[in-house]
Design a protein around this ligand. Structure first.
Ligand SMILES: [Zn+2]
Length: 505
């Protein structure tokens, strides 16, 4: 058999035999004179052989490995090129898993032969495909770092269909990372029963793990189906579902209330997930037991959409405000009948949520106290009234000259490494800066008034060089003259100034 093979391909040179590889490669080179092609084959069985010929790549492609009969060799040059989208018949990779104090890590990689341009010898080079990380505190869950364009360009032809490499790699990495971390658990997730999540999709399983890593005080399966990120941080002393429900219901002790709360909870869990914001807000606003019970009975799918992470606190304040004008009974009617309308509930929920968004503007409650006129309590009427007050408020801001700032901004250090950071005191000052920098900063006056943004002017030796916009403590915009980008060294100093003045969460 072997003899037959060598007779057939007389110019095939048999090279050394090494360890099996995960992929078979074909690397095309020129001989010393540059006349002939050298085709160097690396078979996954470990066999290496090469062929010197005038033939082109197409003509030699069907060469078989003399030992294992494999005839699929990927062209290493074309593979490394990554310029075009391609479907490969076979491609395999290797994994490495590791963990340190802070995270679990998986890296997928492959090795590919390349010609060393100095020595003209062939080296195998490791190429990273993908790295996925899970922080042990759950804060950064499954951060994906793509290392290779291969993800987006290449597919694999498997089981009669082509699969995007990106999907295959991500799934493979997630699956192995998940299995690894279950075997190497931290204390926080030791209690997790794999049997209860076996039916979840892979990405759900990973979310599940991260959720409990992040909320390490919660150790019951059902919490995964509680949708209330914004409350969780404030409720870390409550560890069981029962305690959490007591917290959500404002520790109301009346038996009838508890019963309805649990019933509503069970309904919600049957429905999909429990969204506690409604129960949380209502329990803090409505005193009458029977009326509160009616609110607990609102259909879960509607309750879910009444309040969000961003609106539940203003909602609570707003309902307390409404109680100054309306009886509790009217407020309960508003939710149970006006919003929970069989045919109109979708539109009414949208209007209600829009109303809450308007209330998030700074100064809205003061404006309501001043301008609100009592309406018939319907979603439409309430929305229109809040919207009217909101317009009045923007008008007042448009007239207002002086900016007000929260203490955290007033207390920032002005001098930092040769720069001076100043807050504009008036609209007039901001408009002069905008003129100096030739940008549209003046348009931000409303946002500064509303305190959704804070602008700092960055000076050097008395000259305004840049302006930066902060939202919370995050720099969301940083601009030089004519909106030009800030010099990277200066930007570094600006970031350091920010870090030294604000704690970043
Ligand atoms: Zn072989």
């Amino acid at each position: 058999m072997m003899k037959w093979f060598w007779r057939l391909f007389e110019r095939v040179e048999l090279l050394s035999h090494s360890q099996p590889r995960v992929n078979s490669w074909l690397l095309q080179m020129k001989d010393e004179k540059g006349a002939k092609n050298i085709y160097h084959y690396f078979c996954y069985c470990g066999q290496e052989f090469r062929l010197k010929t005038h033939k082109s790549m197409d003509e030699v492609e069907s060469l078989k490995c003399p030992f294992c009969a494999n005839d699929y060799f990927k062209d290493a040059v074309a593979f490394a090129d990554m310029k075009s989208t391609k479907i490969w018949k076979q491609f395999a990779w290797q994994r490495s898993l590791c963990e340190d104090e802070h995270s679990w890590n998986i890296t997928l990689k492959y090795e590919i032969p390349v010609v060393n341009s100095q020595t003209q010898e062939i080296d195998f080079r490791d190429e990273k495909l993908l790295n996925i990380q899970l922080q042990k505190d759950g804060l950064q869950a499954f951060k994906v770092a793509h290392h290779s364009k291969i993800h987006f360009k290449y597919s694999l032809y498997m089981n009669d269909k082509s699969m995007l490499l990106k999907e295959l790699l991500t799934e493979d990495a997630q699956k192995h990372l998940y299995e690894y971390l279950l075997l190497h658990r931290t204390q926080n997730i030791e209690w997790i029963d794999e049997g209860r999540i076996v039916l979840l999709s892979l990405s759900q399983k990973l979310k599940y793990i991260s959720y409990f890593l992040k909320n390490s005080h919660l150790k019951e399966h059902e919490f995964f189906y509680w949708k209330m990120d914004a409350i969780l941080a404030d409720s870390s002393e409550y560890k069981t579902q029962e305690e959490m429900l007591a917290f959500v219901s404002n520790h109301r002790k009346e038996k009838s209330i508890k019963k309805r709360l649990y019933k509503g909870y069970e309904e919600a869990m049957k429905h999909k997930a429990y969204h506690p914001y409604s129960d949380y807000v209502f329990a803090r606003v409505i005193d009458n037991t029977d009326l509160l019970a009616q609110l607990y009975d609102i259909y879960p799918a509607i309750k879910e959409h009444l309040f969000t992470d961003n609106t539940f606190t203003v909602a609570r304040e707003f309902l307390l405000f409404l109680k100054e004008h309306y009886a509790e009974k009217q407020i309960v009617r508003f939710f149970c009948i006006d919003i929970q309308n069989e045919t109109e509930y979708k539109n009414r929920l949208l209007l209600w949520r829009d109303t809450l968004q308007l209330l998030r503007t700074r100064g809205m409650f003061a404006a309501l106290h001043e301008h609100f006129t009592k309406q018939k309590l319907t979603v439409q009427m309430l929305h229109d009234e809040v919207s009217r007050v909101s317009h009045l408020l923007s008008y007042e801001y448009a007239q207002k000259e002086e900016f007000e700032y929260e203490d955290i901004y007033l207390n920032t250090s002005q001098q930092y490494r040769g720069f001076e950071f100043k807050l504009p005191q008036t609209v007039q000052e901001l408009s002069l800066w905008a003129k100096d920098l030739r940008n549209c900063m003046l348009g931000y006056a409303k946002r500064v008034h509303e305190q959704t943004s804070v602008i700092y002017g960055v000076f050097k030796e008395g000259t305004l060089l840049y302006a930066i916009e902060l939202r919370g403590v995050k720099i969301v915009q940083s601009l030089g003259k004519y909106n030009a980008k800030i010099d990277e060294d200066d930007m570094q100093i600006i970031r350091e100034w920010r870090d030294s003045n604000f704690t970043i969460k």
